[in-house]
Design a protein around this ligand. Sequence first.
Ligand code: ATP
Ligand code: MG
Length: 334
Amino acid sequence: KETVLTGIQTSGTPHLGNYVGAIRPAIDASRRTDVRSFYFLADYHSIINSHDPAKLRQSSMEVAATWLATGLDTNNATFYRQSDIPEIPELTWILTCMTAKGLMNRAHSYKAKVQVNEENNAKDPDKGITMGLFSYPILMAADILMFKAHKIPVGKDQIQHIEMARDIAARFNHHYGEHFVLPEALTDDSVAVLSGLDGRKMSKSYNNTIPLFLPEKKLRKLIMKIKTNSLEPGEPKDTNGCTLFEIFRAFATADEVADLKKRYEAGIAWGEMKQFLFEYLNETLSPFRATYDELMADPATIEAELIKGRDRAREVSVPFLDELRKAVGFTPLG
Ligand code: ATP
Ligand code: MG
């Protein structure tokens, strides 16, 4: 069976971009019985950038409640917390020892930080960079290879990391025999990358997000804050590069999008557009929001789902790690 796998970091509150880019497409796949699917809270990843236990816990609740409220089929898909699978860090170490340092030197996420340091003329180009950030593509490779995932749905920024996972797997297979499936990135150009309040990519770590399940009043307030240009009511507006339009398009039908385009050409006022977007999103999200609020008030139900997923994930990871340990030479002596 084809296997897909997706994780979301427990680094903050899930936002519209996470939903459109990762969760919604995954929910559809979670219901397909011809596909094996794995969804996880990437909490080992989240401690790379944040060391606040209360925040990690809160985010884990929010990310899990979001998956469950938006309709993840946890009887068909395997839904788990990464830190419940101790085989993943063990595999990470084995892979670390098969990974050339030069490969990690080329990782975008690491290079981007070094570049920021150089631009700021920091004495040490590695200032503020932990080994976790440097080697996190290896942790990601372990996430993927552990479950023999073929297709990894990702944004374009993640293609390089999937290629690294492939390289690492190929090197292991070449040396120790064929154990790993070589994964491929699956990018879907029809899936939008949403911009945030400030026009940059909406990201938990940029503090520019519109959380998916805000109470109505707060949702309205944030939508009113989205940056627009200074065109007056009556002046034709461009839909290209307009954050408001982009968000609407990610949720609406083709007919609704065509209608709105006409209103842009006719010079819709930004205030009117914001109110329209708010009403549309509020109506679309409110049924999910009710379930989300119930789950957030019931951590035991969330925990039970994660434990169910852990047990199913470990049915795969425990025997597979055992196979890998043998391949590497960790075998009983007598
Ligand atoms: P962080 O800032 O901690 O990296 P994030 O908001 O970028 O958080 P991730 O956990 O890194 O979220 O990403 C989870 C998934 O959501 C990934 O598949 C990613 O491609 C997708 N995603 C994140 N931001 C957006 C966005 N603005 N538009 C569409 N998809 C997004
Ligand atoms: Mg991210």
